[in-house]
Write a protein that binds this ligand. Structure first.
Ligand code: ASC
Length: 128
């Protein structure tokens, strides 16, 4: 268990920064900002599928104050927040499956869906 809210905040933020790195690098490859390397992409997608399961645990009660961009709305809409997190995890898992097929069309579709679940949650629950 976490010692306090700050520890929970650091835990989830650490996961999100690793998530952002994986997702950002995949995006750069899909947008042609760097060469598409399937092996690297597959590693990123596998990393993301695991990392996606991490942050949720850090959203403990009382961790809406402190050095965080998480809005208090998370805790007043916890069921919706939880379900959006689950959708994100499922989309990340599907992106990993798509990446392992190597099929660009499936990869792009799954990447887009994953990005939508990032954005959907941010729009509602993250400070601008
Ligand atoms: C990113 C990032 C996000 C998502 C989102 C996708 O690279 O930092 O929050 O993608 O913008 O729509």
């Amino acid at each position: 268990n976490f010692e306090d809210a700050n520890e929970a905040i650091e835990y989830r933020q650490s996961a999100f920064s690793l998530i952002r790195y994986q997702f950002g690098d995949m995006g750069a490859m899909l947008k042609g900002k760097k060469d598409f390397d399937l092996n690297v992409f597959q590693t990123r997608a596998a990393n993301l599928a695991g990392l996606a399961n991490i942050p949720h645990e850090g959203f403990i009660d009382g961790s809406d104050t402190g050095d965080t961009e998480a809005l208090a709305k998370i805790w007043s809409n916890k069921a919706d927040f939880d379900s959006q997190m689950t959708t994100f995890q499922e989309n990340a898992a599907k992106l990993n499956v798509a990446a392992q097929t190597g099929d660009k069309k499936q990869i792009k579709q799954a990447f887009g869906n994953t990005g939508k679940s990032c954005k959907g949650c941010h729009d509602m629950y993250k400070k601008d």
